[in-house]
Design a protein around this ligand. Structure first.
Ligand code: HEM
Length: 422
């Protein structure tokens, strides 16, 4: 980065592991300045860049000053550290350079844009069936949780089908993903979750060895047998794909629906618009209510100067995607406002060599499910006050646990109020 270093007091903000309010946290981070220190669990300290342009430049890593390999972090992580699942894995997320390209190619050679495009009819059919079934899940109060009966099953089924996870395993995957993103879990739970993931992935590899198919696991097994990847890389890549593929997309679907239900003017623009209007809803949701609030970690290979502040070699850098999504310097003075006509570019899929490789699949699911939901249930409304929604207890994942709605709000109900921090 271009600036000269100067001696400054570095502000420090503690990361909220319970994810109580990622946008309030984003405000705190931005208010602290473009570069600050973040206090992680057990007093471990990292750094964050809160200006989108600076973060994008850093993540592009033109000078090769960053690594994603944990061995470059000077911190000692205790056993059962709550964010272990983010940093102690052996797949493309923690690989650099040639190793990163090798691991990423094993997935991109299977999950091609053509393959994603070709499953659109299957996604549409699945959405159709899930929408049909929603009335069956209405509770005594006439409400249904869209997360449980639409927005979780959709991305879970889609990613399990692509990866080759048999249906019987899908719910175990969902529970483990929920556990890994729960950062209020104690050390023993963290260790148990890690062990369960390893056991489940090994079981899946064994199953697919015996029952090969047209799926990512079968593809990765053949890469393993050709000596391209190791056994650990195989199972950690499968875990990465099912966890990243399910959780983030669920959050995008929940956050987009919540935003429309609490912004009637924006909803009217989407419902009255065409495919481009729905694509704009998805992009604005990604910016305004980023499914990934924060992402760990990159490590400085040498002293890096950002906005005049030196991040010393060996320290960790966290990408605060929620905070930069509402960076006024990038998105304007009204960055806190949900506005589907906005044209600024967000970076909620990351940037640089590690940018998300599933963005086309996530966008496809969201642009298929959201218009179908609002067309099928034109009188859809939130069934509780927005302030009663419970956040996912996570420093990384930004969404709510349930999204209870009335499918037909013409029946008497309480009115929702406000917007997500806007
Ligand atoms: C709305 C949905 C999604 C969001 C917001 C999202 C966000 C992100 C972000 C921010 C990163 C980069 C993190 C960093 O290095 O700082 C990332 C990486 C990644 N994502 Fe996604 N993602 C989504 C959906 C998906 C899906 C559906 C898949 C799988 C099909 C996927 C697979 C991956 C993988 C494998 C990486 C690691 C790439 C690498 O390290 O080279 N993501 N994602």
């Amino acid at each position: 980065m271009a600036n000269e270093s100067r001696v400054v007091d570095i502000p420090r903000v503690k990361l909220d592991l319970a994810g109580t309010d990622h946008h309030a946290e984003g405000n705190r981070l931005r208010s602290a300045g473009p570069v600050l220190q973040i206090e992680l669990p057990d007093g471990i300290v990292g750094w964050a860049i809160t200006r989108q342009d600076l973060l994008a430049e850093l993540l592009a890593d033109a000078d090769n000053v960053l690594s994603k390999d944990l061995s470059h972090w000077s911190a000692q992580l205790p056993e059962g550290w709550p964010l272990t699942g983010m940093v102690k894995v052996t797949n493309m997320v923690t690989a650099d350079g040639l190793d990163h390209r090798r691991l990423r190619r094993t997935v991109t050679s299977f999950l091609t844009p053509q393959r994603v495009k070709s499953i659109q009819p299957c996604i549409a059919a699945l959405v159709h069936d899930l929408l049909d079934d929603l009335p069956q899940h209405l509770g005594a109060e006439g409400t249904v949780d869209l997360s449980a009966y639409l927005f979780s099953p959709l991305p879970l089924s889609v990613i399990c089908e692509l990866v080759g996870v048999p249906e019987a395993y899908c719910q175990r995957i969902r529970k483990l993903v929920d556990s890994i993103f729960n950062h209020t879990a104690d050390a023993q739970e963290v260790v148990t979750t890690q062990e369960s993931i390893v056991a489940l992935m090994e079981g899946l590899v064994n199953f697919r060895r015996a029952h090969p198919g047209d799926d990512l696991t079968t593809h990765l097994i053949s890469e393993r047998d050709r000596g391209v990847i190791t056994d650990t890389e195989l199972s950690d890549t499968m875990w990465l794909m099912v966890s990243a593929g399910y959780e983030t997309t669920r959050s995008l679907l929940v956050n987009g629906t919540r935003a429309l239900l609490t912004h009637p003017d924006q909803r009217a623009m989407a419902v009255g618009g065409d495919a481009a209007a729905w694509a704009a809803v998805v992009e604005e949701t990604l910016r305004w209510d980023s499914p990934v609030a924060n992402f760990l970690a990159r490590y400085a290979l040498k002293d890096i100067i950002v906005a005049g502040v030196t991040i010393p070699a060996g320290e960790a850098i966290i990408a605060p995607y929620s905070a930069v999504g509402r960076d006024a310097a990038c998105h304007g003075a009204d960055a806190d406002r949900f506005d589907v006509s906005r044209t600024t570019r967000h970076m909620s899929f990351g940037a640089g060599p590690h940018a998300c490789l599933g963005s086309h699949l996530a966008r496809l699911q969201a642009t298929t499910a959201l218009p179908a939901l609002f067309a099928r249930y034109p009188h859809l409304a939130l069934a509780v006050e927005e302030s009663d929604l419970s956040p996912i207890p996570s420093a990384i994942s930004n969404s709510v646990l349930q999204l209870p709605v009335k499918l037909d709000a013409r029946r008497p109900q309480r009115q929702p109020s406000g917007g997500a921090g806007a």
